[in-house]
Design a protein around this ligand. Structure first.
Ligand SMILES: Cc1cc2nc3c(=O)[nH]c(=O)nc-3n(C[C@H](O)[C@H](O)[C@H](O)COP(=O)(O)O)c2cc1C
Length: 359
């Protein structure tokens, strides 16, 4: 039996279509990258989330944070993500951020980074559920817009507590819960454990979004087929391998043929990304790192393998050299070598073979 994957996902008055979300990635999904995805998808993106900002130093709306949480014109619905340790500071930050009128505010209880958990934020909240509950409670009390939560399945394999977390979230008025199917101990290793996500979704009525290891639009569809209890899925790393992924999801959901980009599309996409980075404060010199980040991932998905060219491009020492080599490859070598961009060929984005958690 074919199960409908294009489920109605509404949070208060916002419709999230397609029910596939752009997962926040600090240092990647800034305004330039989100806008790139949105343009490539002809504006058909369900929900975007800002990079996270800390609530510990207040007031939180410093120029830098403000830049991180400002949407581009037309970016809607849009969620601002916050992280921190103190329930009171979180609620105070929520009051400040709410003034900017985002559609949603999301609390991060999943970040595994030492700098974040060392101070009691991110996934360390999974070890202190009373504090997480208080944080949600105080934040909900001061909010007029929906509160979202993004978390992991537990701290480590011995303490998978996502069902309890989901119930607390629902009880405190969280209106959508996104679960990354790894533990904090795993960080980004191994594979996400989707049965744990599904179990949590079965135990609450609020929409639950599953997250982890989705590599393609078809992969998103398969997860939703497999887990009818999920309201949607969220995609992170794969967007760096394939910035057209959201476009492909929207096409697949609409019954349209999924387009496969060629060399010229790649060139135009890189050019547009550079323009967007420059519009948002980067210079020709400073954007090299960001461009390399994307080039490195995308060129892994070219068939036949182009290790030699990839290495040569990525060892460029400045932007002009990088562009020279990249354009040369796309304009000359790509066709000559019979290259094709096949973003679906690697299934496990981090090279993982299996999960560490028993079924
Ligand atoms: C570089 C990087 C930065 C991330 N930053 C955030 C963040 O700021 N907030 C958050 O909730 N998750 C963050 N994540 C986690 C992703 O949103 C996502 O949950 C995780 O990568 C698993 O999904 P994926 O397999 O589709 O990438 C980050 C992940 C990466 C790789």
């Amino acid at each position: 039996m074919l199960i409908e994957v294009d489920r109605v996902l509404e949070v208060k008055n916002s419709r999230i279509w397609p029910n596939v979300i752009v997962s926040p990635m600090a240092g990647v999904t800034d305004i330039a990258f989100r806008k790139l995805l949105w343009e490539l998808a002809d504006k058909r993106i369900g929900l975007t989330v800002s990079e996270f900002i800390s609530v510990e130093a207040q007031p939180v709306l410093t120029p830098r944070n403000l830049q991180a949480i400002t949407p581009f014109a037309g970016e809607k619905p849009f969620a601002v993500q916050l992280f921190g340790a103190s329930p009171k500071k979180m609620a105070q930050a929520v009051i400040e951020v709410q003034e900017l009128k985002p559609d949603f505010i999301e609390i991060n209880a999943g970040c595994p980074m030492k700098a974040v958990i060392g101070r009691g934020g991110g996934s360390s909240l999974l070890k202190d559920l009373p504090r997480l509950q208080k944080m949600l409670h105080l934040s909900r009390k001061v909010l007029d817009i929906p509160l979202l939560l993004k978390t992991r399945i537990g701290w480590d394999q011995e303490s998978i507590n996502i069902v309890e977390v989901a119930r607390i979230a629902e009880g405190e008025g969280v209106e959508m819960l996104t679960i990354h199917g790894r533990t904090r101990e795993q960080a980004y290793k191994g594979l996400a454990h989707w049965p744990s996500i599904a179990k949590a979704a079965q135990s609450v009525k609020i929409p639950v979004i599953g997250n982890g290891d989705i590599a393609t639009a078809e992969g998103a569809r398969q997860r939703l087929q497999q887990y009818p209890e999920l309201a949607g899925v969220s995609v992170g790393l794969a967007l760096m391998h394939n910035p057209w992924l959201m476009a492909q999801v929207a096409d697949l959901w609409s019954g349209l043929p999924v387009k496969v980009p060629g060399a010229m599309d790649l060139q135009q996409m890189f050019q547009r990304y550079m323009d967007l980075l420059i519009e948002n404060g980067y210079t020709m010199d400073s954007l090299a790192g960001r461009l390399k980040q994307l080039v490195a991932r995308i060129l892994r998905f070219i068939e036949p393998d182009i290790y030699d060219i990839r290495h040569e491009i990525l060892t460029s020492t400045h932007t002009a050299e990088l562009l020279d080599k990249l354009w040369h490859f796309l304009e000359k070598e790509y066709k000559y070598r019979g290259c094709v961009f096949v973003p679906g060929r690697i299934k496990n984005l981090n090279g993982a073979g299996s999960t560490t958690i028993e079924e």
